[in-house]
Design a protein around this ligand. Structure first.
Ligand code: ADP
Ligand code: MG
Length: 262
């Protein structure tokens, strides 16, 4: 259960140790856009309940990596498995596996002409075949978890950016994903709204959700990440626990990147 109250003692909040079995296994993945080599021999395992923060310069392949994990992009080489099942190229199986992967983008992508409640119930009704009453109850529960239950009958444009992004998180959770991908979820937000979204994500992490989070929010990484994966030029250059990565990055590229953002 997510509680919206502020953490009384954030300094003592430490990431869970990476527990369970592999949930997302990315093995030797390559991706080209024409001649351009966007992902170079990517290997990364995300375990059940683990939070991996992906950081790196613009254009390093972070979004492409996220998009390959739910097959919004095809891959040229390698394999990606979700909970032991290889992601197929297409077909009904792909739809099932893709629904195991929730995704939250920088732009919230809510349906403008549907209410907040409808935005959240649409997927469960269409894809998970829930009845309207069950879908409404689920949606209200999730909207309460992310703190926007009072906005249920409004339309997206009537909400702040931070509220809309929290709705987008609720909408993704309504599909009961096994893993949540976040691609720079706060970078389109006004500064005062960033924390309300990060707080929801921290609580989701503390609830045990498996998450891959592309973000430059180092506070979030320190608080919630089990590991940080640093990408540059289509490669994963290093993977380390947050404290190690931020205080003693090994690679020159990571040192250079951190010197620019910290
Ligand atoms: P990041 O999210 O780290 O900023 P991206 O994954 O968006 O990086 O992009 C990595 C590289 O791949 C960039 O050089 C980008 O221009 C290129 N790229 C991404 N998507 C496409 C595409 N659909 N077609 C061609 N090039 C692309
Ligand atoms: Mg990106």
């Amino acid at each position: 259960m997510i509680h919206m109250t502020a953490d009384p003692n954030p300094a003592q909040t430490s990431p869970q140790p990476a527990p369970g079995r592999p949930l997302v296994e990315i093995t030797n993945v390559d991706k080209h856009f024409g001649e351009f080599h966007a992902l170079k021999d990517i290997t990364l395992t995300v375990h059940h309940g683990e939070v991996v923060v992906v950081i790196g310069p613009s254009g390093s392949g972070k979004s492409t990596l996220c998009r390959t994990i739910n097959r919004l992009e095809t891959i040229d080489n390698g394999t990606i498995t979700i909970d032991g099942k290889v992601l197929p190229e297409e077909g009904a199986q792909l739809a099932q596996l893709r629904s195991d992967v929730g995704m939250v983008f920088q732009s919230f992508n809510l349906f403008a002409h549907k209410t907040i409640l409808e935005n959240v119930t649409l997927g469960p009704i269409k894809v998970r075949k829930l009845g309207k009453a069950d879908a409404d109850a689920l949606a209200m529960d999730l909207l309460t978890r992310v703190g926007v239950e009072h906005q249920a009958q409004k339309f997206p444009a009537q909400l702040s950016g931070g509220q809309q992004q929290r709705v987008a998180i609720a909408r993704a959770l309504a599909m009961k994903p096994k893993v949540m991908l976040f691609d720079e979820p706060t970078s389109a937000l006004d500064p005062e709204m960033i924390n309300e979204v990060l707080d929801v994500m921290v609580e989701l992490a503390q609830d045990g959700m498996t998450m891959v989070v592309v973000t430059h929010e180092m506070g979030f990484a320190r608080k919630a990440a089990n590991r940080v994966a640093f990408m540059a030029d289509g490669e994963i250059v290093e993977v380390a626990e947050p404290e190690t990565f931020f205080t003693a990055p090994r690679s020159e590229r990571a040192k250079d990147f951190l010197s620019k953002i910290l």
